[in-house]
Design a protein around this ligand. Structure first.
Ligand code: PLP
Length: 415
């Protein structure tokens, strides 16, 4: 929807809305308003991005109604493994998609491209390697982990015995704590990966601990996958036994998930996705994922990934210059947390106020948060979407100053 220079040069959404409005003017109008919001707002949500017209078009293609339960071939017999006829072309597509993703991450791991989302990828990944009641060592939601990493309100927290490792007083993952808990609690799997963590994750160190503890290492690289693909974050391939990701964050593809695993886990992973967790794969989204993979292989994608990180550093540095507390004191990737613990208002207050001013971000807990997940003592910001729209370091410095002006006004009002 935005071209790679950040210009809204496409008629794609406008045309789509015309088609939709013919059947439902109400839905067409709601999408039009959201399209305008996305076009006009400064989007800082770290888990979002804008995908290309090609990805959108693939997701809106005739593949949408093709049923293809199963896989292009049966791993046990080598025979065709679909439960429907007419799958010749989606078989080719799915295999092409798998090949492209292996190329993106320069790996010979097995890949399953069917998970409908990151959460479903994690659901199937756990199912492939552990049983209900087994122990999982992961990072808590409060410290930057994801719901599916053991939150008590999520399937992961209900099905498995969860132990959380901690971050240190500066917000960095405490690797001594990871090792201590791994050796004390004997988890079957250690999860590395996060939704709100601004620093490089040391996959080699995690792998060494997992080996010592006799645990699987599962890496959820949903947030950083685009940076790994672009070569600006170390890769978990070669270290992790199983790797999950979404395709819609820094990878800027369609909404969906992927699972990579060592070849010996392939059968278990495939059967955990289908028939255990899902029915028919979304072949239109798989087409979108294939297009996304090809885009991620382009030299332009590498430039984008590098710019995401440069922008994030400049953004965080500007906030620090303006006197803000940033968890871990900076960032190595596409995201960071602004700590508002000392402010008279919450992360939610700031999120709501910025919404009114055309800046979109989300409230987020910070380590040791006393305000809780509904209010929060922090906000999370990310640079991927606006980098896709062509923002450079100076643009982000300006956005930091704009947010600072709004915060100052809120402080005045709070007096
Ligand atoms: N894993 C991580 C680290 C995430 O940040 C997210 C989403 O934010 C997910 C998994 C889940 O992805 P989805 O929203 O597609 O279920």
């Amino acid at each position: 929807m935005f071209d790679r220079n950040g210009k809204d040069g496409s008629e794609y959404n406008v045309k789509n809305i015309e088609f939709i409005s013919k059947s439902s003017p109400a839905v067409g109008e709601m999408i039009r308003k959201e399209y305008e919001r996305q076009k006009n707002n400064i989007e800082l949500i770290a888990s979002e991005n804008y995908c290309s017209e090609a990805v959108l078009a693939a997701c809106g293609s005739c593949l949408s109604w093709k049923y293809a339960e199963g896989y292009p071939y049966d791993r046990k017999t080598g025979n065709k493994g679909r439960y429907y006829g007419g799958t010749k072309f989606v078989d080719e597509l799915e295999e092409y998609c798998c090949d492209k993703w292996r190329e993106v991450f320069r790996t010979d791991y097995h890949v399953n491209v069917q998970p409908h989302s990151g959460s479903q990828a994690n659901f199937a990944a756990y199912k492939a390697i552990i049983e209900p009641g087994d122990t999982v060592l992961a990072m808590s939601l409060d410290n930057g982990g994801h719901l599916t990493h053991g939150s008590s309100v999520n399937f992961s927290g209900k099905l498995y015995n969860i132990v959380f490792y901690d971050v240190d007083e500066n917000g960095f993952i405490d690797m001594a704590d990871v090792r201590g808990k791994a050796l004390k609690y004997n988890p079957k799997v250690i999860v590395a990966g996060a939704s709100a963590y601004a620093r490089i994750i040391d996959f080699k160190a995690f792998a060494e601990i997992a080996e010592e503890a006799g645990a699987y290492l599962m890496v959820d690289m949903a947030h950083i996958a685009g940076l790994v693909a672009g070569g600006v974050h170390p890769s978990p391939f070669g270290y992790a036994d199983i790797i999950t990701t979404t395709t819609h964050k820094t990878l800027r593809g369609p909404r969906g998930g992927l699972i990579f695993c060592r070849p010996e886990l392939a059968k278990k992973v495939d059967s955990a996705v289908f028939p255990y967790a899902q029915g028919g794969p979304l072949e239109h989204v798989i087409a979108g994922k294939a297009v996304c993979a090809e885009e991620a292989l382009s030299p332009e994608f590498k430039v984008y990934a590098e710019q995401v990180v440069k922008n994030c550093r400049a953004f965080a540095d500007e906030f620090i210059k303006l006197g803000y507390k940033i968890v871990t004191g900076g960032t190595d990737n596409h995201v960071f947390l602004i700590d508002l613990s000392d402010m008279p208002f919450s992360g939610k207050d700031l999120q709501d106020r910025l919404d009114e001013e055309g800046i979109t971000l989300n409230k987020n807990c910070v380590p040791g948060d006393k305000r809780g997940p509904k209010e929060t003592a922090g906000v999370r910001v990310g640079t991927a979407p606006m980098t896709t729209r062509g923002y450079k370091e100076d643009d982000f410095r300006e956005v930091a100053k704009k947010i600072d002006g709004i915060v100052k006004a809120m402080l005045k009002e709070a007096k």
